[in-house]
Design a protein around this ligand. Structure first.
Ligand code: GLU
Length: 278
């Protein structure tokens, strides 16, 4: 039987809060039970929002909770060249196209998918002349995944992509999301590329994360198919909510693990609040 490898992959854009503790608790508990390891990965491709002090705090807060992980820890900002290779590979296959739209326009496209055309391929690349013109003006652009090309390349498989979610065979519906951005204007890559690439090279067998990322798994499943990466098992857990039913957020300073520790909480108190989640 393969050894279980999970990962906890926070972004150092703020201090960890109770929701993170709950997610970490699940990611660390699974290999502890089934024999394996939980990796810690720092997802810091967003070089303007991520801060070294938050990364340091991740190590301190997780250690304080009693978790440990193999070192060195993979830090995504050290691997931009690898993510660029993935993008180049997709470019050679025409699986991505340049997009000069604003973030808001792209989000509007994606919100319209798939309603406009059934299986919608919203976003569509620009006519060559227009693209050349915008490039000449040095307008910044992102790279978007072309679902149309994915369908062309994968044929029937495109409509038949599955993954295991909480033990249930689940169909991936990439058409629900439209042509997502795979390389942002500012950082030249995306969470999707960095995360799937790293899960593959790190041999992650089981991905345990919040249900807020379930839709995203659809895109990840498609990327795995295109890139020939292994398909891990997924578990998407419910999100921990506060007494008012609201999700914890990084901006809610009172519920950071740090603030709770400073006001006298012990690791056991935090872990008791964390689970079990569905
Ligand atoms: N870095 C992501 C976050 O902090 C987690 C990504 C994942 O678990 O796939 O939300």
């Amino acid at each position: 039987m393969e050894t279980v490898i999970t990962r906890f992959a926070p972004s150092p854009t703020g201090y960890l809060h109770l929701g993170h503790a709950a997610s970490a608790a699940q990611a660390f508990a699974f290999p502890a039970k089934h024999g394996g390891t939980c990796l810690l990965r720092i997802e810091d491709i967003d070089t303007t929002r991520c801060k070294p002090e938050y990364e340091q705090a991740i190590y301190e807060d997780l250690s304080w909770l009693g978790f440990s992980w193999p070192t060195p820890v993979r830090r995504q900002s050290d691997h931009f060249a690898d993510y660029d290779k993935v993008l180049q590979n997709l470019r050679t296959q025409d699986l991505v196209y340049r997009c000069f739209k604003t973030r808001k326009e792209v989000l509007d496209d994606i919100a319209r998918a798939p309603h406009e055309h059934g299986v919608a391929f919203i976003g569509a690349s620009l006519p060559k002349a227009q693209e050349t013109d915008l490039l000449g003006q040095e307008k910044p652009y992102a790279w978007r995944l072309s679902l149309e090309m994915c369908r062309e390349i994968l044929g029937k498989k495109f409509q038949n992509l599955y993954f295991s979610n909480n033990g249930k065979k689940t169909k991936a519906r990439p058409d629900m999301l439209g042509d997502v951005i795979l390389a942002r204007k500012d950082v030249g890559t995306s969470y999707h590329i960095a995360c799937c690439h790293d899960d593959a090279v790190q041999g992650v067998t089981d991905i345990i994360r919040g249900v807020d990322l379930l839709e995203t798994t659809t895109i990840h499943r498609l990327l795995q198919e295109i890139m020939g990466w292994p398909v891990p098992h997924y578990q998407h857990h419910e999100l921990l909510v506060d007494a008012n039913g609201k999700r914890f957020a990084k901006r809610d300073q009172a519920k950071t693990l740090r603030a709770m520790r400073q006001s006298g909480a012990e690791p056991e108190n935090i872990l008791a609040l964390c689970g079990p989640l569905g």
